[in-house]
Design a binder for this molecule. Structure first.
Ligand code: SAM
Ligand code: SF4
Length: 479
């Protein structure tokens, strides 16, 4: 369900998720760490890098924070609400810290980067503050904190991509995995704190990405999602002559990277997120069309349907440009799913601007959207330049209208799939009934169907005919 009080955040179900101990881990650990992740998928992926660094220091994961020697919160700053959630969570560790003062508490990620040492002053029980580019220094910081000193490292880097660190897959279903391909963002959308908390954009070594994806496939994974704030601006240039050469000058674009990963195996599905409407190229669309295993699904955040508001947001595209991109996607990839991010009530937004957002949503026929009301963030261009002048009730009413329209569009999109047959990758038992499988089709729609008497398992591809649907799910039968 959509919660108007909180507004929807990426993958609501996973917010604050604690990781399970590593699966089939033969190591015996003397120390335990507990980690919770908030915010976007990038943070969840970073927590797996942190887990890998900590494993090297003899720390094993626990799901019970009461038995942990080290408690970490990997935080998000994207909206004020996200930060409030973390602050509230921190207060819940107070009792434990009193009983066991030796337990170290660390704040990682965007909130650490935004507030820096101020976080130590404001939240007395915090011992360690680490920004997203400083995770390699965690062992030293833990040692410092063990010695009774507060430890901070929030240095941002122009090079760090953690390319050589093999993430420890935590809480994994063993079928789908996220692979970070770049870090930071250079876009400076006026509402957004990310360029300040995650630094300049940099692309990870293409060969290390392909290696990680290949290893995942060899270990039974069937789907990888390539992650970046703006994947279309991925561009990796080998640093010296000894690097492998790809393309005319050895440089790798996002379209080329997609192809390299798709070629690992036709049985490995490839997804990616997030695309920026100003940067997504026809090359990428043609590469998607060329390979069956590159999923036909694009997350193409709109933010606003009004050219005037888009300009204030510094999004670098117009309403017409966005519509032309949607047309091009439909032309090259007729069966492609499209989803979006939308912000209601940005500074100066009029009723007409809002209506333009609604009409563009109908034009694009989104299958799904993440919808938010505008939350002013300290230090951003919008906070410095514009007044947050839309009253909360208006923001919420507009958001409600956006949500209602999206619900209608999602249902219409699903109804069109009734009677069609899809190739589905089985991920797990259905949440509601363990007699049903849950999987996804190429368009990223959730498909639920009875297991029947067939001996399928998670990771299998099956063909499913859709018999009926809800707004969120396609319900079908095996064929
Ligand atoms: N890089 C991605 C892009 O440009 O589409 C998205 C990154 S951001 C983590 C995810 C979404 O959060 C954005 O697309 C935007 O809709 C929303 N968002 C970012 N800043 C916000 C703010 N200040 N208030 C409300 N929503 C915000
Ligand atoms: Fe933020 Fe814009 Fe960068 Fe996305 S593209 S992370 S919204 S600045």
């Amino acid at each position: 369900m959509f919660d108007l009080a909180t507004s929807k955040v990426h993958d609501e179900a996973r917010q604050g998720e604690a990781y399970a101990p590593f699966e089939n881990d033969p190591n015996v650990y003397t120390k335990r760490f507990y980690i919770e992740s908030y915010g976007c998928q990038m943070n969840f992926s970073d927590s797996e890098i942190v887990a890998s660094i900590l494993a090297g220091e003899g720390f094993g994961a626990t799901r019970n924070y009461e038995e942990a020697d080290l408690i970490l919160l990997n935080t998000c700053s994207i909206r004020e609400k996200a930060e409030q959630t973390v602050r509230k969570r921190l207060t819940e560790f107070k009792k434990l810290k009193k009983q066991r003062p030796s337990t170290l508490i660390g704040v990682l990620g965007c909130m650490a980067e935004r507030l820096k040492a101020k976080l130590l002053e404001e939240e007395k029980l915090v011992d360690i503050v680490v920004g997203p580019d400083a995770y390699r220094t965690l062992p030293g910081l833990i040692q410092e904190a063990d010695g009774g000193h507060k430890a901070v490292n929030v240095l941002l880097s122009r090079e760090e991509t953690y390319a050589d660190i093999s993430p420890v897959r935590l809480n994994s279903n063993g079928i789908t995995a996220f692979v970070s391909i770049m870090r930071g963002c250079n876009n400076m959308c006026s509402f957004c704190v990310v360029p300040f908390t995650r630094g300049r954009e940099r692309s990870r070594d293409a060969h290390s990405i392909v290696k990680e994806c290949r290893e995942l496939f060899e270990n039974g994974y069937k789907e990888v999602t390539l992650l970046g704030q703006n994947v279309d601006s991925y561009y990796w240039i080998p640093s010296n002559d000894s690097d492998h050469k790809t393309g005319s000058e050895g440089a790798v674009s996002f379209a080329m990277l997609l192809e390299m990963v798709a070629l690992i195996s036709p049985d490995l599905r490839v997804r990616f997120s997030t695309s920026h409407p100003k940067d997504i190229t026809d090359d990428v669309l043609h590469t998607m069309a060329k390979y069956e295993n590159i999923c036909k699904y694009i997350h193409l955040p709109l933010q606003s349907g009004s050219t005037r508001v888009l300009q204030l947001m510094n999004r670098s595209y117009t309403r017409e440009w966005y519509m032309a991109r949607v047309d091009r996607i439909r032309e090259i990839l007729p069966d492609c799913g499209i989803s979006s991010d939308i912000i209601a009530g940005f500074c100066t937004e009029t009723e007409e601007d809002h209506q333009e957002t609604l009409s563009l949503m109908s034009y694009a026929k989104y299958d799904m959207s993440y919808m938010f009301f505008y939350s002013e963030r300290p230090g951003t261009l919008a906070q410095r330049r514009y007044k947050d002048d839309i009253p909360d009730e208006v923001k919420k009413r507009r958001l409600q209208e956006i949500v209602e329209l999206q619900n209608k569009l999602s249902l219409e999109s699903n109804l069109k799939d009734v009677g069609k047959t899809f190739k589905v990758l089985i991920e797990s038992d259905s949440k509601r009934n363990d007699q049903d499988w849950m999987g996804r089709n190429s368009q990223n729609k959730v498909v639920v169907f009875p297991k029947g008497n067939k001996a399928h398992k998670p990771g299998d591809y099956v063909w499913v005919r859709v018999k009926e649907c809800t707004q969120a799910t396609l319900l079908g039968e095996l064929i």
